[in-house]
Design a protein around this ligand. Structure first.
Ligand code: NAI
Length: 415
């Protein structure tokens, strides 16, 4: 039985279970949520209300989520004097599925990112970000309808692992000495140092997850994104290990780009998935010029982070881009965006990204009907031209509505 320090188990609701590697979702699952900082509080509570309304509409009262509030960031600091309490990690670990708002991380000193800590503690190694256009959302490109990408970003390794040391600190000096004495590599004494770690294990499991996703979601192309021409033993190895998984574990259903041309005359045979790769800088150009040529992108941590914001811009920006951090089964759904301190507390944030993350969560629970109900209502609301400021400013003659007005309209469109 799970024990918490300060959280109280809800009196109602049932825990999602795992049996033989499959989720067993009851009709009344307990789902932990984290409001987070900044606009998190505004958008997450709306996402919960909207999900509840969709569930009610789809199932007429037979299904219901019991929400359990857990804490990270500023609110956690107030209650636990800690920005990521053990209670929060245990609750998500125990209840398997969670919904999370953004949490602030100061630049430079201070503390390690809550997000990085959470991903590492629960081994949420895959950050999955679907990027698709909702008709009616203004975008900077002419044909946003051609964008339908799913970015699989490795979530635990790379330069993002928090392994770094300030210039002139003792560890930096020791590493610098070691590099010089053992490897004859010189680093400046005034250099901060960071470690880029990309393992075979980490790479293979994200690639495996991407291929499995392609199989279950009828996706046809997986592109490994890397800068292996320069960083040969990290990003280059990422590419090699990615191809290895495709060949060794899914050889009967994957083909390379070369095989497509040489063996199949450029026509993808039924039931096959193409695996190819692109150098990161070229890929940034490709997603702008030819997004329709790509489907699933698998990238190391840092590249995946950059690329998902760039890809989000293609379909209207951070306000409409959802995501999930996932391990083998545990899944924490969250928007791509951060705490947006410039607009926090002003009731002008776009809650769509958090709502879309809620939709992904409903799909993960197997509640597709509820997910569809919410998605249709969201599309209808956006198409009516009633949108928050981030989108309104890109549309001619449209006055923005507030975060809460948008939510009310959407809920009305559900019922
Ligand atoms: P940000 O995503 O919070 O904001 C970037 C820009 O996009 C801002 O102009 C903001 O107003 C706008 N924006 C973001 N979400 C929006 C929404 N829903 N509606 C309308 N406009 C929106 O990125 P920033 O400023 O780099 O980060 C702020 C804080 O958030 C930092 O402390 C950062 O560490 C944290 N962060 C947390 C994340 C998480 O918890 N998953 C993810 C990204 C950043």
């Amino acid at each position: 039985m799970v024990e918490f320090d300060k959280l109280e188990l809800p009196k109602e609701g049932t825990r999602i279970k795992l049996e033989n590697g499959k989720l067993l979702v009851p009709d009344d699952p307990i789902i932990p949520f984290i409001e987070g900082d900044g606009i998190g509080r505004e958008v997450i509570n709306i996402a919960r209300r909207v999900s509840d309304a969709g569930v009610k509409k789809a199932y007429g009262g037979t299904h219901q989520i019991t929400w359990l509030e857990t804490y990270a960031g500023g609110k956690a600091k107030e209650i636990y004097d800690k920005i990521l309490p053990d209670d929060t990690i245990s609750a998500i670990d125990h209840f398997i599925v969670g919904l999370k708002g953004p949490v602030r991380t100061p630049v430079g000193g201070g503390y390690r990112s809550v997000n990085v800590q959470l991903r590492q503690s629960l081994d949420l190694y895959a950050n999955i970000r679907p990027i698709f256009h909702i008709e009616g959302v203004p975008t900077p490109i002419l044909h946003p309808e051609t964008v339908d990408l799913v970015i699989f970003r490795e979530n635990t390794e790379d330069l993002y692992g928090g392994l770094e040391w300030p210039a002139e600190s003792e560890p930096a000096k020791q590493i610098s000495d070691f590099l010089y004495q053992q490897l004859k590599v010189e680093t400046r004494v005034d250099a901060g140092l960071g470690l880029k770690v990309i393992s075979q294990y980490g790479t293979k499991r994200i690639m495996r997850k991407a291929i499995q996703y392609a199989l279950t979601h009828d996706r046809k192309r997986i592109t490994l994104v890397h800068k292996g021409n320069i960083m040969k033993f990290t990003e280059g190895a990422f590419r090699e290990w990615g191809y290895e998984v495709a060949k060794e574990e899914f050889g009967d259903i994957t083909i390379t780009e070369k095989e497509l041309e040489e063996k199949y005359n450029g026509t993808l045979p039924a039931g096959k998935i193409i695996v190819n790769d692109r150098i990161t800088d070229a890929m940034f150009q490709e997603i702008l010029l030819r997004p329709g040529d790509y489907d699933i992108l698998v990238a190391p941590n840092l590249t995946g982070d950059y690329m998902s914001d760039a890809a989000a811009a293609l379909i209207g920006g951070l306000g409409v881009a959802p995501g999930v951090n996932m391990g083998d089964h545990i899944a924490v759904f969250e928007a791509i965006h951060g705490t947006a301190p410039d607009i926090a507390g002003k009731n002008i944030a776009n809650p769509s990204s958090a709502i879309l993350s809620g939709i992904l969560m409903l799909e993960y629970l197997g509640w597709q009907e509820a997910a569809n109900v919410v998605f249709r209502a969201m599309r209808k609301t956006i198409q009516s031209g009633q949108v928050t400021a981030d989108l309104a400013r890109l549309l001619k003659g449209v006055s923005p509505i507030s975060t809460t007005e948008f939510a009310e309209l959407l809920i009305k469109n559900i019922s």
